[in-house]
Design a protein around this ligand. Sequence first.
Ligand code: ARG
Length: 485
Amino acid sequence: MEGARNLTGKKSDSPLWKGRSSGMVNDIMLEMGESISLDIELFEEDIRGSKIHSEMLNKIGILSKEELQKIHTGLDQIREEIIEGQMDLRIELEDIHTHIENRLTELTGDTGKKLHTARSRNDQIALDTHLYVKKSAIQSMKSMYDLCEALLKRAEEHTDFLLPGYTHMQVAQPIRLSHHLLAHFWSFLRDFDRFHQSFQSADRLPLGSGAMAGVNYPTDRKYIQKKLNFQSIYPNSMDAVSTRDHIMDFLYASGVFMVHASRISEEIIIWNSIEFSFITLPDSLTTGSSIMPQKKNPDLAELSRGKTGRVCGNLFSLMTNLKGLPLTYNRDLQEDRFPLLDSSKQIQMTSQALTEMIRTAVFNKHNMQSSLEKGFATATDLADALVSEKNIPFREAHHIAGDLVRVCMENGCTLQTISDELRAKISPLLEDRAFFRNAIDLFKSADKKISESGTSLPRQKDQLNQAQQELSSRKEILKRNAEPS
Ligand code: ARG
C-alpha cells in the first residue's frame, strides 16, 4: 500500500497468543500474518471503538473510573503518536489492535491489559471496518456531490453550445452541450445513492459478538450503539463477525463509479485530441512529453480510466475471497483490507481529478459546430422536412438526403456550404432555399426534440431545474449525516 511506513520484525519477540503456543514463530508466519502495513489506516476507528468499549466496561463495573480515565488518556496519547508518525510498526504485533493495546499497556501497566475484556479482535476488526466504510461512504457521497455540482454548473453555462451526439462513434444528431454534461450528471447522482446505500449497509454495530458466540459478560451493546452512532445492532454474533457485506456494497458502488468515470474520461481524452479539439484543459491538469514538445497529455483522464480495472478488480478480489468461506471468522478475512483501503483512496483521487477537469475545461464552440457540419448531422432533419413539407414518402426523402450527402462529400462541402446549383441538380425539391436552410439548421434541429428529456431548449430548462432539485435533496442527506458517524 502506498504510504505504508517501514516495518520492522523481531523474530525473537513472543507473539500475542503466547501461552498455549511455544512462542517460536517462523519468519513466514510473521511476514504473511501481518496486516499492520495496511490497517494502520484504521487507527482512528480502532481508538474510537476502544474508548467507547472502555466506557461500557466502566458502566457495567469491569473498569473503575480511574482505570477508565487512564485508558482514555493513554488512547489519546497513542492517537497523537500515530499522527506524528512516532509509532513503530512491528510485524510481530500483527495488526492495529495489538499495536494500540501493546502501547497502552506500556503507558498504563495492568490497566491497559483490561481493555480487551469482553471483546475479541474478530469483533474489533469488524467494528473498525464498519466505521471506516461509513466514513469513506460519506466522503464519497461528498465527492459525488461536488462532481455533480460542477457538471450542473457547466451545463447551465452551455445551453447554447451545440455538438454532435454520437452513435457508433459516428456523428448522429445535434445536441446541446448541457444535455451531454447532464447525461453524466445523472449517472454520478446515482453513484451518490449507491454510496449512500453502502453507508446504510455499514450502519450496524458488530461489537459485542466476541470471537463469534457472544461474551461471558453482561455487556451493554445499546450504549455502544448510541455512542458510536449506529442505526442498528447485528442480532446474530456469528453473522456479525463473518459478514463483509458492508465492504462488498462499498466496493460495488466504487466499481460502478469508476466505470462511469472511465466513460467521461474517455470523452475528455478524445475531445482533447487535435482532431476533435472540443475542449482545452488547463496546463495545470496536463503533462508534457519529454521528447515531443507539441504534446499536452490528458494524464488525469487516462489515469482515471486506467484505475477502473483495479477498482473493479477489488470488488472481485473480495467476493472471491468470501465465496464458500465457512462461518465464522477465518483469517482469509484479513485480506479485505487491501481492496477496501485501495478503492477508497482511488475513488477519492479520481472524483477529485474529474471535478477539477470539469470545472476548468474550456469548451470550443466553433470546433463542436464544425464537426456537426462535417458530419452532416441534420441530414435526417432534411428527410423529415421533405416528408412533412414536400409531401413525399420517407423512403424517397431518405434517398434525396443521401444523394445530397454523397455530392457534398465528392465536392468537399457541407450541407451548410453547398451551392444552390449543385443542390438543384440533385432534386428540384431542394431548390427552395428558405425551406432547405430551415431544414438543415442545427439549432432548429435540436429544438425540434421537444419530447420530455430531449435536447430542445425548453426541455433543457426543465432538466436543469430537475437536476437542481435532485442535487438539493442529496445535500439534505449529507447534512443529516454531517456529525462524525
Ligand atoms: N488481524 C486480524 C484481521 O485483520 C484481526 C483478527 C484476528 N483474529 C484472529 N483470530 N487471529 O482480520
